[in-house]
Write a new protein. Structure first.
Length: 200
């Protein structure tokens, strides 16, 4: 993929040890529902580059070797969402400074006037994102509030949806924060959530 093709687009990255790909699917679903054009790069063989003003990529850092990580950094994001760093993978497999340094290096590349969104329920995401970076805006988010009744969630706008994935509310909270940063109205986001099919 020649990144020259996306140099004039707003570049958005969604990363984490857990949930990054699911959040990306939710974001795509909402953008499709509201009719907002977007391009994406999900892998060297799975991408769409057209006339959209934005391009979205995603990455699970736990799966990256050094070569793939350096390639990912070339995306040069304007907006990044750091979802879930502190999980079993980071504790059991990557519990070392070098692993955390990958996230910090990525976050350090956020340009002035860029934005970092981070999960306030994840301690490592907080530590990585709240490091002082000149001119970078910080946006924290959390899981959507809900009430569960017989397997059906009732969300803040009284919309209800059936979802069996216990992580959906966390992923949806991340997606909502990012979509609002992309100027999608909250009511349209919440309405689109009710038609999202979460395949687990």
């Amino acid at each position: 993929m020649n990144l020259e093709f996306i140099k004039d687009k707003q570049r958005i990255a969604i990363i984490g040890n857990e949930g990054a790909h699911e959040i990306t699917k939710i974001v795509f679903h909402v953008l499709n529902k509201v009719g907002k054009l977007y391009d994406f790069i999900l892998s060297p063989n799975n991408y769409q580059i057209g006339d959209a003003a934005i391009v979205i990529t995603t990455c699970d850092f736990s799966d990256l070797d050094e070569i793939k990580f350096k390639e990912f950094l070339k995306f040069n994001h304007h907006i990044a969402l750091i979802h879930h760093v502190e999980d079993e993978k980071s504790k059991n497999v990557h519990a070392d400074e070098k692993f955390i340094e990958k996230y910090e290096l990525f976050a350090d590349l956020t340009p002035k006037s860029g934005t970092l969104l981070y999960n306030k329920e994840d301690n490592l995401a907080i530590v990585i994102s709240e490091k002082q970076r000149e001119g970078v805006s910080l946006v924290e988010y959390e899981s959507l509030p809900e009430t569960e009744i017989e397997g059906r969630y009732t969300l803040e706008n009284n919309q209800s949806l059936i979802n069996k994935n216990k992580n959906f509310l966390s992923h949806a909270g991340a997606a909502k924060a990012l979509l609002q940063k992309m100027s999608i109205p909250s009511d349209q986001i919440m309405e689109a959530f009710t038609t999202y099919e979460d395949k687990i």
